[in-house]
Design a protein around this ligand. Structure first.
Ligand code: HEC
Ligand code: HEC
Length: 368
């Protein structure tokens, strides 16, 4: 790739300097070439080199993109300004309150150091960090961030059928995503995590889930998601970090993952959010391979669904889910365990196609 980028670059630069002597047709094709060059550069260098090589005066549109890219790091999106952003660290309260919030952030980012198999505080979880799934300590747009938590909890959740506080939702992830045991609600660690999550969402209007909070939602495919197609994609796009056997890679002293596991004994269990195809696909679409963002994704929707099907077709810890979804008609469309009120089977609920289930449920709702 290095060779071709350089060629484009050299060509682009030379031609743009000669530009006035070309006829309009040539200029258009040169512009095309330049746009390709700039796009490649954005991918390779985040647009830094691009803005140096192209003089803004000559190509306002292309250079404009490059300039914005420098400012925001990612290519600008028309929605960027309306997305939730975390408060600045500099606005942290002083004293012990600020200390608790900082400790909460540290626990989200490096959960395993404190609470993993070799945790210094307790050994209650599988070695994942919250941040492995709630990226950038739960602040990344569509990176499963916590922007909509303080404003929407406590809430009655259909999974438990009960009112759920932030602390019990956090424990939901400890027991499922971290395949572990719950933290005591009055422990310093739980209080710190809750303090951090509340501080993150302090400016969000009560009851509102801000744009960019949580995960991206992908349109359903017309056909079932296909684990065999997903396997091929996994081998091209994921295997370098998450490994052939899905076990990821731990750091030298085994206290944290460099690349977290995607299946097997040390991964999230069958009760976890990511075990649902729509959540997994939405997560990877905006965040994986590592470095992808919602506005420069590296997977098509279809690829994301197929990879989700592959990863979630492989073995992982189980969990007693018999108390979940006391009202079975409220089970999410992609909850892979029956019984269901809509007449479709487990396989269909796991891999789709989801549109027929959605239509049937809509019809049922109307006739009720
Ligand atoms: C293996 C991935 C994974 C890990 C690790 C993980 N979570 Fe989650 N978490 C999820 C998913 C998926 C959801 C559901 C998101 C959705 O439904 O939009 C979620 C939801 C949440 C929510 C509710 C968000 C909302 O907007 O309703 C909170 C709070 C939360 N997690 C906290 C934590 C904490 C704290 C940790 C670490 C102790 C943690 N999670 C670890 C995957 C994970
Ligand atoms: C360049 C390395 C790299 C590649 C390639 C990559 N990932 Fe990741 N992945 C990571 C890292 C690092 C994390 C943890 C992020 C963090 O803690 O900030 C992660 C986290 C995850 C998680 C959540 C944590 C977990 O273990 O469950 C999932 C799911 C995931 N990746 C799926 C994928 C899929 C699917 C692909 C291929 C489309 C992929 N990744 C490609 C590095 C990578």
């Amino acid at each position: 790739m290095g060779c071709c980028v350089t060629n484009y670059l050299t060509n682009g630069k030379l031609h743009s300097m000669n530009q006035p002597s070309f006829n309009p047709k040539q200029i258009i094709s040169l512009l095309n070439l330049l746009i390709v060059a700039v796009l490649l550069l954005l991918v390779v260098s985040g647009g830094l080199i691009a803005s140096l090589m192209i003089k803004p005066g000559k190509l306002p549109t292309v250079a404009g993109t490059a300039t914005t890219a420098n400012k925001t790091i990612q290519p600008a999106s028309p929605r960027a300004s309306t997305l939730w952003e975390a408060p600045l660290e500099s606005s942290l309260p002083a004293g012990s309150k600020g200390e608790m919030i900082r400790y909460g952030k540290e626990l989200i980012a490096h959960t395993s150091l404190y609470l993993g198999p070799k945790g210094t505080v307790a050994q209650i979880s599988n070695g994942l960090n919250c941040q492995n799934c709630h990226l950038q300590a739960g602040t990344k747009p569509f990176g499963n961030n916590y922007g909509g938590v303080a404003s929407t909890y406590p809430q009655v959740r259909a999974r438990s059928g009960r009112e759920t506080s932030i602390a019990s939702r956090v424990n939901g992830c400890f027991e499922r995503s971290l395949n572990g045991r719950p933290l005591k609600e009055d422990s310093k660690e739980m209080q710190a995590i809750v303090a951090y999550i509340k501080w993150l969402g302090q400016d969000v209007e009560k009851g509102k889930k801000p744009e960019g909070a949580g995960l991206a939602t992908l349109a359903y495919l017309d056909e079932p998601a296909n684990p065999a197609a997903g396997k091929l994609l996994y081998e091209q796009k994921c295997v370098v970090c998450h490994m052939e056997n899905g076990a990821g890679l731990a750091n030298g002293d085994g206290t944290e993952y460099v690349y977290p596991p995607l299946w097997g004994d040390h991964s999230y269990n069958q009760g976890a959010g990511l075990y649902r195809l729509s959540k997994f696909a939405g997560y990877i679409k905006a965040n994986m391979p590592f470095g992808a963002t919602y506005d420069s994704p590296q997977l098509s929707d279809e690829e994301a669904w197929h990879i989700a099907a592959y990863v979630n077709s492989l073995p992982r810890p189980s969990k007693d889910l018999s108390k979940d979804w006391p009202d079975i008609s409220k089970k999410p469309i992609d909850h892979p365990f029956g019984p269901y009120a809509d007449g479709f089977g487990e396989e269909h609920h796991k891999y789709g196609p989801f549109k027929p289930i959605e239509e049937k449920r809509r019809a049922q709702a109307v006739s009720n």
